[in-house]
Write a protein that binds this ligand. Structure first.
Ligand code: NDP
Ligand code: OXD
Length: 291
């Protein structure tokens, strides 16, 4: 902020400080219950795309707009992660690792991308960009959202009534949904059973989407061959969690994508300037939908 918007009096939060008079707050893992002390807030900017954590605090003021993070570097990072992991699962890298571990030159085949179907749950800012990149790589791509969508070369499904059809051919399933009461626990046994046998699952959204025991069971039965998880119900993932030692389960430490400070500061300072000039804010969370 000092570099990008020096005109803004930017104050890092110090416990015990008087918070009255602060018009704008930037938050990610805000101290629970802190909000009533900010009596003069005009807007809250979430430093991440997902606002589930902020919304879970009942003291978050209702009448103050909550703006979520949408910025190009965050989108680019997620596109990179989805492409990286989709290619990893497409090429079944674990088979190569197994052959290498016993110094065996083992023939290894894989279909062309256009014979592989990848399903993306969530066609918002991140899901749409990730789907477009997968299309560019030649994959067959389908997506699922709440409302109907039309995206070039992406077979689009929407609503609970089209979920079964969406899942039926998704050999690699990518979750990029927001965590809301409707999507909590959506990656569960019933959903896994509707995927093609041997499918892969990539969850880069929130740990609360996944019923962890159901994934373990689906992997043990072979219904799910492999998974990549970036997010977990408990983070950091406890050292004694079974996921650490589950074969073909790949873990990244909630860093699929990271908000870029320069890009975010630029975006937030522009939003504040527009708001002060009487214009509306972009990317305001719809509290009734929860995202
Ligand atoms: P958006 O709000 O732009 O998109 C959300 C998408 O999910 C929309 O297409 C929406 O449908 C769809 N959706 C929401 N609820 C439902 C539902 N009940 N059924 C079907 N579809 C639904 O979010 P972003 O793309 O910006 O971010 C998605 C999530 O990714 C974030 O909420 C966050 O949890 C996670 N994330 C994780 C990161 C990481 O590093 N692991 C980094 C950044 C984000 P519709 O279009 O119809 O509204
Ligand atoms: C986000 C995240 O929501 O990094 O932006 O998880």
């Amino acid at each position: 902020f000092a570099e990008i918007a020096p005109e803004i009096d930017f104050r890092p939060h110090v416990p015990g400080a008087d918070l009255a008079g602060i018009p704008y707050c930037l938050a990610w893992k805000a101290t629970r219950g802190i909000w009533p002390a900010m009596t003069d807030l005009k807007a809250i900017f979430c430093l991440g795309a997902g606002v589930d954590r902020l919304l879970a605090d009942p003291t978050l003021p209702q009448g103050v707009p909550l703006v979520r993070m949408v910025e190009p570097a965050l989108t680019r990072g997620m596109v990179e992660y989805v492409l990286w992991q989709s290619l990893f699962h497409h090429r079944k890298v674990w088979e190569l690792e197994a052959a290498q571990s016993c110094a065996t030159w083992r023939p290894h085949t894989y279909p062309a991308p256009w014979d592989r179907t990848i399903g993306v749950m969530g066609l918002g800012e991140l899901g749409t960009a990730a789907a477009a990149k997968l299309v560019e790589f030649g994959f067959k791509v389908r997506g699922w959202s709440r409302s109907p969508k039309s995206i070039e070369k992406v077979e689009c499904f929407h609503g609970p009534e089209q979920l079964t059809a969406f899942l039926a051919k998704s050999e690699i399933l990518v979750c990029l949904l927001p965590l809301t009461p409707e999507t909590r626990g959506i990656l569960n046994a019933a959903l896994f059973a509707q995927l093609p046998r041997g499918a892969s699952v990539i969850n880069a959204a929130r740990g609360g989407h996944l019923v962890e025991a159901d994934l373990s069971a689906a992997m043990a039965s072979g219904q799910i061959t492999a998974a990549t998880l970036d997010v977990f119900e408990t983070e950091p993932l406890p050292a004694d969690h079974t996921f650490w030692s589950t074969e073909r389960l790949y873990i990244t430490p909630h860093n699929a994508s990271i908000t870029d400070p320069r890009s975010a500061a630029w975006r937030i300072s522009r939003q504040i300037a527009k708001f002060e000039a009487g214009e509306g804010l972009d990317d305001v969370v719809d509290r009734t939908r929860g995202y």
